[in-house]
Design a protein around this ligand. Sequence first.
Ligand code: ADP
Length: 497
Amino acid sequence: MPERFLNYIGGEWTAPSTNDYFENRNPADREDVIGRFPRSGAADVERAVQSARRGFAAWSRTPAPLRGQVLQRVGELLVQKKEEIARAMTREMGKVLPETRGDVQEGIDTAFYAATEGRRLFGRVVPSELRSKWAMSFRRPIGVAGLITPFNFPLAIPTWKTFPALLCGNAVILKPAEDVPHTVHLLVEVLLEAGLPPEVIQLVHGQGSILGRALVEHPDVPVISFTGSTETGSIIGATCGRMHKRLSLEMGGKNAMIVLDDADLDLALDGVLWGAFGTTGQRCTATSRLIVQEKVHDRFLRMVCDRAATLRLGPGLDPTTEVGPLIHAAARDKVAEYVGIAKGEGASVAIGGAVPSDPRLAHGWFYQPTVFAGVTPGMRVEQEEIFGPALSVIRVKDLDEAIRVNNGVPYGLSSALYTRDVNAAFRAMTDLDNGITYVNAPTIGAEAHLPFGGVKQTGNGHREGGWEVYDFYSETKVVYVDYSGTLQRAQIDTYDK
Ligand code: ADP
């Protein structure tokens, strides 16, 4: 019988009110059951909210430097447990071990960054327009934060949300994706071992449409942060708009790498393989479009296909594996469906386009790295997020056209430009309509101390990471102290005295 895992609510590991559990299986080998996890109900969310409110009452009054010390210990424990967590993550999510180690490292970086913010968390003191008066602002915790996370970065994304939320003095309810409950279970164990007071964190497992929804609709959860699909983000956005909640949305991408005629093609080749097929293409920053200037188009396409065809598929725990499986059957079916769509629209499948026939891979959700050639702007494979190992190659005349194609999609997360021309690089940095642009590096590789997020339908203007996320998780309060002993009227007495 596989191990049974529990929710963490009210300061203890606890069974779901439904007494119902679901199986979590290894996407590289569906015979491998990792454990059974709660399929919780709305009653569990209710208990979690009540507990988090109690946790908030005490935690919000704990000095920020002491909150930071807890996160310092969290970072140290993650360093100790990096390998153990990375292995567990590869088993339940599928990506290769070097990538899951990187995922844990991102959590470590986020923890140490958050720890130092405990001694900063700046407000501002500015001159008042009136004499004998001080004007300043400081940060207050908000309340209970409901954090809803996706499957592709099972540890990093929960830490991006949880650590700054906690550092700012909020209590947290975590609702991880159904596909990766084990990694978040391990994270909550680390938080508790580091000394986080029990009711400050709650973990509820289960379906997004029930639990996630209950969390978003709960009147005592004023802050929601969500990473996932644009469809779900739109539903959550509508609810939060109606209920006037603070909401951070991080959603889809259709990221492009532009390769100009003068680019170092070997460098660009390494970049595009990593950008397109790393994490089996299941990154919101994945390179899913390759925009190539006409003189080097045919040659570069050949280089990409030759190398992509040799990428070794397999379980992520095997050190020779370069590309792991997709997360589940539906994700793989979606890639296969887009192969049909691409052909129907007149693009060609240059390589891949099928489930691998190797019997060694028969128990997992593997799909061949796929390259679509002859893609033109407006085709569905050029516009829609596939979230799998599929790359659409588009030929352009010059940088102007490349920028137009890059910007001609509904999303705006990441972009990349390969060139040796400094003027072209600066033009692109200015005009590419994305939250992040890489020059001579692929579309993936964000660092924890810089803001992460996109424009257009990728997000709603907030950022994760960096300083910006601390604005999201705190309320700014302004204080004026008038020590003149008289009534001074702002704007009115300012210039007339
Ligand atoms: P993906 O397609 O990447 O799985 P989803 O948007 O479906 O993205 O899921 C991301 C997260 O949102 C998961 O934790 C999921 O359980 C949750 N979720 C799904 N539907 C809803 C919903 N209606 N309300 C709140 N959360 C949801």
